[in-house]
Write a protein that binds this ligand. Structure first.
Ligand SMILES: C[S@@+](CC[C@H](N)C(=O)[O-])C[C@H]1O[C@@H](n2cnc3c(N)ncnc32)[C@H](O)[C@@H]1O
Length: 156
């Protein structure tokens, strides 16, 4: 999608991914939680305030807990759809556990998903975990702001 088709509002939303990823990298480097993949998606930024680090810790931990509970109930023969995935590393973190799921789909603006694909393709550690199970990981470029309009999506 041509970047001229994004509104200023879209651009502001896309920027939230860069900020979120930098904040997560900062918190991970300070030891709030472990994520050996986040460093591939964000450059080292300035140290964030403890409130920010704690906020991201709560967010990441809460999602992990919900997903863990869901997988405990449903088993791993299931699908996770990560809406507004940004540069989330959940797919790789799950792969490193016994809870890798059958199908994992990520959705975001093309500007975000293209960059994510580019980073993955250039990184052996990220790529290896996808290539071994290519059918199980899809990144989808969302060509519309209406998530329910799935017919307008393409996948890579
Ligand atoms: C704050 S970031 C969070 C990223 C990731 N989920 C995380 O927790 O680190 C929000 C993400 O949602 C995406 N997003 C928000 N609205 C969207 C929409 N209408 N269509 C596609 N992506 C959207 C943004 O591009 C951005 O990557």
């Amino acid at each position: 999608m041509d970047s001229s088709m994004w509104s200023t509002e879209d651009e502001a939303i896309i920027t939230t991914n860069t900020e979120a990823t930098e904040c997560k990298r900062c918190a991970v480097e300070l030891g709030y939680w472990k994520d050996e993949y986040i460093c591939y998606f964000a450059k080292r930024g300035e140290r964030k305030a403890p409130e920010i680090n704690r906020g991201y810790y709560a967010r990441v931990r809460a999602m992990e807990m919900f997903i863990h509970q869901f997988l405990e109930r449903c088993g791993t023969k299931c699908q996770i759809i990560n809406l507004g995935c940004g540069f989330d590393t959940l797919y790789w973190r799950l792969k490193d556990t016994t809870q890798a799921v059958s199908n994992f789909i990520e959705l975001d603006f093309p500007a975000v998903t293209s960059k994510k694909c580019h980073i993955i393709k250039r990184n052996k550690q990220l790529l290896e975990k996808i290539c071994k199970e290519a059918k199980r990981f899809n990144i989808v470029h969302l060509k519309t702001q209406i998530v329910s309009d799935l017919s307008t999506m393409t996948s890579e």
